[in-house]
Write a protein that binds this ligand. Structure first.
Ligand SMILES: Cc1cc2nc3c(=O)[nH]c(=O)nc-3n(C[C@H](O)[C@H](O)[C@H](O)COP(=O)(O)OP(=O)(O)OC[C@H]3O[C@@H](n4cnc5c(N)ncnc54)[C@H](O)[C@@H]3O)c2cc1C
Length: 401
């Protein structure tokens, strides 16, 4: 039977990063993916994800600083352009609690931003039209991650560091086996069992099945909920394209619920990507993905009101999946009874920027003994037993991005 130090289940963002950092630490790693690296059935595909510091909760704002550093390091190592430094704008009424909370946190951490009154914003960023009296905060330390390219770079660097990548291979089950694990895989060569010292479960929207079978969902009241999200591409009028170029246009988030957000021209020539966060019903990650025309119409209406020069008509719409934990915080921890199994799940709509910090943290947890949480990337909000140790305290920064 084949033997590895660490088996990583899932080569989306989190799993590819975990494989990369554990391989970099000198461990013998197997990375298993049911589809192919860069596929579009999970949560990490597409051309753009927001990275920013503006969170109400300081633990995310400080983690974002670590994330920027690790993304830059990966960019250098891979030679790929992964990160665009566009800056970012958050719009809201001046007394909107999430905006005030974000400003307070940025102030307390000494992170720089500028508060724009409406007329100042119209002068410096005439591509945006806000409702009367609204303000915006601008952060230079925000930008865009080219998501699929990031995942491909992480998986490629993991392989370069010695990890074995198996695509089109589905992990059927993970079993504690003495102090190690036994992992059952169904791949192109048929069914196979692999032994390892540790397993990292990074199965994204499919993670709930593993959490159920390993007793986590029931024992730790940690059910995950998977929801559909959709992203709409729209054409920018020829005359407005210079203003929506990434050199002139930051990413943008409209804070009051429902949250709309979007990007400059980045993925596709002459088009912007705009979306609205949707808190829809729980869905099956293997189920059908049909576009919701009502949600598309809402995004078109918002773009028509807010984005000056964008033709508010969908050119195309794509789907993606959120995996939500009960409180909106991530689950990253060792299995309480089987610490040789590490879990990383529930990354909602804010996880991508933290792919590198999560991968590094998982490698740190894998390299230390159970009970050791000395990694600088550890946050108490990640604990898997937090729902049984106290009441659920939802993340106060309700915009997931
Ligand atoms: C529309 C949308 C917009 C977003 N915007 C942002 C943003 O602006 N900023 C931000 O920071 N975050 C954003 N996010 C969130 C971020 O993209 C996700 O949190 C992150 O990508 C989750 O990564 P993951 O590795 O957990 O999941 P995935 O990328 O889905 O990876 C899980 C992988 O595990 C594999 N897998 C599952 N089961 C098995 C099995 N049994 N055997 C083998 N392989 C298996 C899957 O095929 C998949 O490849 C957004 C998400 C969406 C959907």
């Amino acid at each position: 039977m084949e033997r590895f130090d660490v088996v990583v289940i899932g080569a989306g963002g989190m799993g590819s990063a975990a494989a990369y950092y554990t391989a970099r630490d000198g461990r013998r790693v197997l990375l298993v993916e049911q589809f192919s690296v860069g596929h579009s059935r999970g949560s990490s595909h597409g051309g753009s994800r927001i990275i920013r510091h503006s969170y109400v909760e300081p633990e995310y704002a400080t983690l974002a600083t670590n994330a920027f550093a690790l993304w830059r390091e990966l960019q250098t190592e891979s030679g790929e352009r992964l990160l665009g430094d566009t800056g970012g704008l958050d719009f809201a009424p001046p007394d909107y609690p999430t905006l005030l909370g974000r400003m307070e946190t940025l102030d307390s951490l000494g992170l720089t931003y500028r508060l724009y009154a409406q007329d100042e914003l119209a002068r410096d960023f005439p591509q945006f039209r806000l409702p009367s009296g609204w303000v915006a905060i601008y952060q230079a330390d925000a930008g865009i991650l080219s998501a699929t390219r990031c995942v491909e770079a992480l998986a490629a660097q993991a392989v370069k560091r010695g990890a074995v990548l198996r695509e089109k291979s589905r992990v059927l089950s993970v079993h504690p086996d003495g102090a190690g694990v036994r992992v059952e895989i169904d791949g192109p060569a048929g069914r196979q069992s692999v032994l390892a010292d540790q397993a990292v479960l990074a199965a994204g929207p499919w993670a709930g099945r593993f959490l159920d079978s390993l007793g986590i969902t029931a024992a730790y009241a940690a059910p995950l909920r998977v929801t559909h999200q959709q992203l709409t591409y729209m054409e920018v009028a020829e005359s407005a394209r210079p203003l929506f170029a990434a050199e002139r246009c930051p990413l943008y988030i409209g804070l009051p619920m429902p949250y709309f957000y979007g990007f400059p021209i980045w993925e596709r020539p002459g088009q912007v990507k705009v979306a609205r966060e949707v808190d829809g019903p729980a869905i099956d990650p293997d189920g059908e993905r049909t576009v919701d025309p009502v949600a598309v119409a809402e995004v078109e209406a918002w773009a028509g009101e807010t984005l000056v020069g964008v033709i508010p008509k969908a050119v195309s719409t794509e789907k993606c999946l959120y995996t939500l934990s009960p409180d909106g915080h991530f689950l990253i921890d060792r299995h309480p009874q089987h610490p040789q199994i590490l879990l990383a799940a529930g990354f909602s709509g804010r996880g991508f920027k933290f792919v590198v910090t999560t991968g590094r943290l998982l490698a740190d947890l894998a390299a230390t003994s159970p009970g050791d949480y000395s990694s600088p990337l550890w946050r108490e909000t990640f604990r898997i037993d937090r729902f049984v140790n106290g009441p659920i305290q939802p993340s106060v920064d309700t915009a997931n991005l």
